[in-house]
Design a protein around this ligand. Structure first.
Ligand SMILES: O=c1ccn([C@H]2C[C@H](O)[C@@H](CO)O2)c(=O)[nH]1
Length: 131
């Protein structure tokens, strides 16, 4: 199975752990660290809605907390009509830790898949080099 499909399958499993009592919209993600290690994430909501954390950021932060400082790719899955679209906040956070040509694998439960790049996801991103 291609790595894209394997990542989406793992992201689907991570999605099962989502804490989403408010939106009831579970999302799963897998961030692939620079050494190839996989880090899972799901969305985690809060009764103070704005404090909710998306699946993508949970996955990235899980990697960062182990000392990982960059990645190769990420896969995200949700029950959307087409491949899920990461939110703006996650695009910004991802751009800090993924190279511009990193593959971004977006899927849904019906098996639709879109493979794009970090640069396509957030063209002209503000980054560390701007500081
Ligand atoms: O790419 C996305 C889009 C949305 N969400 C979460 C945020 C919130 O918990 C719920 C509804 O927006 O889905 C993610 O985790 N990732």
């Amino acid at each position: 199975m291609a790595i894209e499909n394997e990542l989406l399958e793992r992201a689907k499993q991570a999605r099962e752990q989502a804490y989403v009592p408010y939106s009831k919209f579970p999302v799963g993600a897998v961030f692939v660290g620079e050494n190839g290690e996989w880090f899972e994430g799901c969305n985690i909501e809060n009764s103070s809605y704005g404090l909710s954390n998306c699946a993508e950021r949970t996955a990235v932060f899980s990697a960062l907390r182990t000392g990982m400082r960059s990645g190769k790719m990420i896969a995200v899955i949700a029950d959307t009509k087409g491949p899920v679209a990461p939110c703006g906040a996650c695009r910004q956070v991802l751009s800090e830790f993924l190279p511009k040509d990193a593959r971004i694998v977006l899927g849904n439960l019906q098996g639709d898949m879109k493979v794009t790049t970090m640069e396509e996801l957030l063209p002209g991103a503000f980054g560390p080099e701007d500081l």
